[in-house]
Design a protein. Structure first.
Length: 624
């Protein structure tokens, strides 16, 4: 393509359409296509939004509007993609007469004058014969105009007969929606309202593309109109799948009031869209549950209660797929609660599946329901309690889950199962021992140094030489006592840990527990000593600062208290003892044949003491 013509098409300069036409062959070869993108001048002008240039080029060469570039795009499709409404109007209605605008006429006149002057200059220089050249130009212009008129008529006939324009309009409508150009899409749909039911080769309807691109006003136009429309999408999706899965420009679709109205309108218009699954078997209800859009569930079930029966390809329903944070909310819906004891294709209820996936928080909520059947078995004849024991990891969440099921009287299945036990070895305690020894040593060093640097300094008078100046203040006395406690506990912990290097499993376990308590006391003593020391030296001049320091240290002390697994409250100890007694009785009742439930770290057998796990089930047939 001529560089000047390319630039003119991009900038909308219509004068080039008249200044360079020498022969018809040149018009249809040199100016039609770019070398790489295979774009003609209409593609270039449509991309830039030059509606005047497009109108004049289409008037003179209407055949260019049907040509496609290397990507298979017509000029109309390019204009729709970039949202140039005026260009789309010009290209979408070829039957309308395209009058030459004032600037176009001026450009034509200017181009003709420039052509004549150029030819006159050539004649003066003896390059061409003036009269012959003028005759050639006039003949070419007449030929082009006649060809244009005949081409224009034949093109319209071909468009009507073959329906090419309808296909172009449908493609342009889909392209405009895909790129979020609502005004262009609204104009194209008004040209042919039946396009609302059209579907692309990928299975995308205009309404689906509008939802996916968040063209809310266009969606409302379709919903409020009485025309028929399609809601289909690719891979079995429909508009409700996309509306639930995508976020809107605000916070998310569930918060936008207009979106709620939109969802209600979609469901009221066609409630059956809540029943169609995608390629994964997920209906809109299952999609809402699995993606955490729990607020949709109540509305979908209210308008389409039949959707509660939906299952995916694995036979799993809403409670199988929901997240932990949504379980409590969903179980308040009566229809959802009916699914509590229904299994999937493998017979696993939501409780079975939660335990298999190690989602113990969700399993605890499900097991706490009054409607749960703890004795339900899957196709492997395993109950929830059996699944909790089959892959024993000896983690706190698993222990609490087993405790909860056992105290609620959960039975075991009829089928004997192989219980896997995690046996803690001596090497497992070494990192913990080394860490506690390091912490205890640091605390002992700090508290020992603090004892000889009393807050407030020492008396230098002969009568009380070396005595602390503030010894009579209560805060200093508390400093000395707490520092002594911290030093004593940390040193005791260091010495205790030193004896566990070559000890057996039981000794190391006991020493770790005792040392952890001592280190916790030392930490609290260090915090209290620091708090009292700051209070002694700051309170007389800045009381509020001293109080603030005490509050911060108090919060830190509570955090240390929570980190220690030993609670000294008599009430808590009594509750724990009561629960342990009830738990042991329940465990003895469900003890599998050939297995023994272990509550201590060492168990005596016929062959003597053996190494046992902290907590678990031991196969007596392999241990004896």
């Amino acid at each position: 393509m001529d560089p000047k013509l390319y630039k003119a098409a991009k900038e909308g300069d219509v004068s080039c359409l008249y200044a360079r036409f020498i022969t018809e062959e040149e018009a249809f070869t040199r100016i039609q296509r770019t070398q790489h993108g295979n774009n003609n001048i209409l593609h270039i002008a449509a991309r830039a939004g030059r509606d005047t240039f497009v109108a004049e080029a289409l008037r003179r060469f209407p055949c260019l509007s049907d040509q496609v570039n290397s990507q298979g795009d017509t000029p109309l499709l390019v204009a729709a993609r970039f949202g140039h409404l005026q260009v789309v109007k010009t290209l979408a209605e070829p039957n309308n007469e395209l009058p030459m605008q004032d600037d176009t006429a001026t450009a034509v006149e200017s181009g003709t004058n420039s052509t004549s002057s150029r030819r006159q200059s050539d004649v003066e220089e003896g390059l061409v014969d003036h009269q012959l050249e003028l005759g050639t130009i006039q003949d070419n212009v007449t030929t082009l105009e006649n060809g244009t008129n005949s081409s224009n008529i034949s093109r319209h006939q071909r468009v009507v007969e073959e329906g090419l324009l309808d296909d172009q309009l449908e493609q342009a409508l889909h392209e405009a929606l895909r790129n979020g150009h609502e005004e262009v899409a609204r104009y194209l749909l008004n040209l042919d309202p039946e396009m609302a039911t059209s579907v692309t080769g990928a299975g995308e309807s205009p309404f689906f593309l509008a939802v996916e691109s968040r063209c809310e006003s266009f969606m409302w136009d379709i919903l409020k109109s009485e025309r028929q429309y399609s809601t289909k999408g690719p891979d079995g999706l429909n508009v409700l799948h996309v509306a639930i899965a995508r976020d809107c420009p605000g916070i998310h679709y569930a918060i936008e009031a207009d979106y709620w109205d939109l969802v209600h309108e979609m469901l009221k218009a066609d409630a059956s869209i809540a029943l169609f699954p995608d390629n994964d078997g997920h209906t809109p209800l299952l999609g809402a549950v699995s993606s955490g859009r729990r607020y949709f569930c109540r509305d979908i079930l209210k308008i389409c209660p039949e959707s509660i029966e939906a299952r995916n390809h694995e036979g799993r329903h809403a409670l199988h797929l929901c997240k932990f944070r949504d379980v409590r909310f969903l179980m308040r819906i009566p229809e959802i609660l009916e699914l509590l004891n229904e299994g999937d294709e493998e017979g696993n209820t939501p409780l079975h599946l939660a335990i298999k996936e190690n989602d113990y928080e969700k399993a605890m909520l499900l097991a706490s329901s009054a409607s749960i059947e703890l004795g339900a078995v899957n196709k492997e004849v395993l109950t929830a309690l059996d699944l909790c024991l089959t892959d024993w990891k000896n983690i706190p969440q698993q222990r609490f889950m087993w405790l909860h099921l056992a105290t609620r009287g959960a039975p075991r299945g009829r089928r004997p199962i192989e219980y896997k036990v995690h046996v803690r070895k001596v090497a497992d305690y070494k990192p913990l021992i080394n860490t506690m020894a390091l912490v205890a040593t640091l605390i002992a060093t700090v508290t020992f140094a603090a004892a000889f640097t009393m807050p407030g300094g020492y008396d230098t008078s002969p009568d009380n030489l070396g005595v602390a100046n503030l010894v009579k203040i209560a805060a200093l006395k508390a400093f000395i006592v707490s520092d002594t406690i911290a030093l004593s506990c940390s040193i005791t912990a260091v010495l205790t840990l030193a004896f566990s290097v070559n000890g057996d499993l039981e000794l190391q376990r006991s020493i770790c527990i005792m040392s952890w308590v001592l280190v916790g006391l030392a930490m609290r003593g260090t915090l209290v000593a620091f708090m009292c020391g700051i209070f002694v030296v700051i309170a007389p001049k800045a009381l509020w600062v001293a109080i603030f320091v005490c509050i911060i240290c108090g919060i830190a002390s509570v955090a240390v208290e929570l980190s220690v697994p030993i609670l000294f409250s008599p009430t808590i100890i009594a509750i724990i003892r009561y629960r342990m007694v009830a738990w042991r009785k329940a465990m003895r009742q469900i003890e599998p044949p050939g297995f023994k439930i272990v509550f201590r770290s060492v168990m005596t057998t016929k062959t003597g003491q053996i190494e046992q796990p902290d907590f678990g089930i031991v196969d007596m047939t392999t241990r004896s």
